[in-house]
Structure formats: C-alpha cells, structure tokens
Design a protein around this ligand. Structure first.
Ligand SMILES: N[C@@H](CCC(=O)N[C@@H](CS)C(=O)NCC(=O)O)C(=O)O
Length: 268
C-alpha cells in the first residue's frame, strides 16, 4: 500500500521486531548504575555483530599474551538496558558495545573506535607499515554495515511484512559489498594484506557470518554466498581461530553463551 506522507511525521509505531525499543528521542529513560569489576577494561555489550567485534579483539589480545583482561557485562538491548543512566554516560548514543578504561578514565563508544583504541593501547593488530590501508577498511566497514544490518537484514527478516522495493534495494547493495570483499580477497589472504588485523576483526562478524549463514536465517542462500568463494574461504578460516570461538560466546544469550566474563571465566 502506498504511504500518504503527512505534513509532519509522528511516531505511530510501525511494528516489527525492535518496535518496542525504537524511539525518536535520545537520552536516558531511567536511572541505573553500571556494575564495575576489578580489571581496567570494563565492557558493556551483547553478542551482536557489533558486540562480537570487541570480544573477539579482546580474546585475540589475550591470546597474544597481552594484559587485556576485562570484565564483560551483559547489556540486554531488548530489555532496554542501553537507556539506563549509567550506560548513557558511557555511550550517549545508547548502543552497544561501550567500553570504559578505568586506567585512563576513558569512555570509548562505536565499535570501530573501540578496536582502534585497543589496537593502539596494546600496539597490536594494526601494523604500522600498513596502518592507512587497515583504517581504510575499518572505516569502510563502519560506513557499509548499516546497509546490511539496518537495510538488508531489517527488511529481509525483521520488518512486519516482506516488501519487494527495500529488499531489492538493500540486497543489491549487500551483494555489491560481498563482491567487493570477494574481489579483494582474491588477491590477499586477509582484507588488508598478508596479516590479520582489526579490519578483519571488524568485517568478519558482519560479512563472514552472513556468508556462513549465521547472521540472518537463510540469507546465505538468498544472497548466493557460494558465488563469493574467496570471501567464504576467508570467513571459514577466521571462524576457526580459537580467540574468535571464545569471543563470539561472551555476552551471548544463545545456547552455549557466557553471559558475562570475569577473571576466572573458562571459555575453552
Ligand atoms: N555504529 C555502532 C552501531 C552499534 C549498534 O547499532 N548497536 C546495536 C546492536 S548491534 C544496538 O545497541 N542497538 C540498540 C538500539 O538501537 O536501541 C557501532 O558500530 O558501535
């Protein structure tokens, strides 16, 4: 049905999967302090693609022997935890992931900024001789993934009805991005060259999991993921990393998930 535009938009609640938490205003809706554990790094997150980027990064740093111990606290976005006053003080944008580094009293929000912050803090996974290319792809991911998540995934899976126009539009753009990654990975073992970096860590939870069929049910077939063999091989290779296997379980509400991670949590 064609939408007759009113002169001024008002919120009539369009329905769909996240309608109960979506609203047109920013800021805290209730007072709630965040818990704080014993480590310098306090992560407030959930194992969505954006959340997984950070837990995989932290687990990669730990597996390199770096002192990146952290406390991971679950933020249940379906329950509205992201609108609590403590969380909003760390991320005024009310989205996971958010990080607090108590050693420098820094709040860090936006998953790309968190990856960059941790890479610089620990001098890892951001090679100095390829820094610009890594940042190219890190920023590419941050700018491109909303077409996949907010566009394709929303209309393919979450919208209250299947609408051809937005599904066609966002499927086209998602496939263009998959083709770009596939072409890039034809020439390189990892997205930015011979080594695994924060660019791979940012890109895999979206594009890797999408082609592996772990993001939106059936979407790997719908998008003909088999047509991107180099991307698929890269996705499978990264899925085998032990830090990745650990990272995707932290702050996860799914079976096998570890709701929160603290000092003694055994993830192996
Ligand atoms: N650009 C942000 C996006 C973060 C984001 O969209 N987080 C989602 C979960 S993946 C969220 O917290 N949604 C809660 C909400 O929209 O209320 C980042 O990469 O950190």
């Amino acid at each position: 049905m064609t939408y007759q535009l009113p002169k001024v938009w008002t919120n009539t609640n369009a329905g769909g999967e996240f309608a109960n938490i979506n609203k047109p205003t920013a800021g805290a809706t209730h007072t709630k302090d965040l818990p704080i554990g014993s480590h310098d790094l306090q992560l407030y997150s959930l194992a969505t693609p954006n959340g997984i980027k950070v837990t995989v990064m932290l687990e990669e740093l730990l597996s390199l022997g770096l002192a990146a111990q952290y406390d991971a606290w679950l933020i249940d976005i379906r329950a509205g935890d992201q609108f609590g006053s403590g969380f909003v003080a760390i991320n005024p944008n009310s989205k996971i992931p958010a990080l607090l580094d108590t050693s420098t009293n820094s709040r860090v929000f936006e998953s790309g900024a968190i990856l960059l912050y941790l890479a610089e803090k620990f001098d890892a996974l951001l090679p100095a001789n390829n820094r610009t290319e890594v940042l190219n792809w890190l920023f590419w991911q941050m700018a491109s993934a909303p077409y996949v998540g907010g566009g394709f995934g929303h209309f393919y899976l979450y919208a209250p009805e299947k609408l051809k126009y937005p599904i066609d539009r966002f499927t086209m753009e998602t496939k263009r991005q998959l083709d770009l990654l596939n072409q890039t990975l034809t020439k390189r073992a990892f997205v930015t060259g011979d080594t695994y970096t924060i660019a791979d860590i940012a890109i895999w939870p979206w594009y890797g999991r999408l082609v592996l069929g772990d993001l939106y049910q059936g979407a790997n077939e719908f998008l003909a993921a088999k047509d991107y063999p180099h991307l698929m091989a890269w996705a499978e290779k990264i899925a085998q990393r032990s830090a990745v296997k650990r990272g995707i379980r932290v702050n996860s509400l799914k079976d096998g998930g570890i709701l929160e991670r603290h000092q003694d949590t055994d993830l192996d």
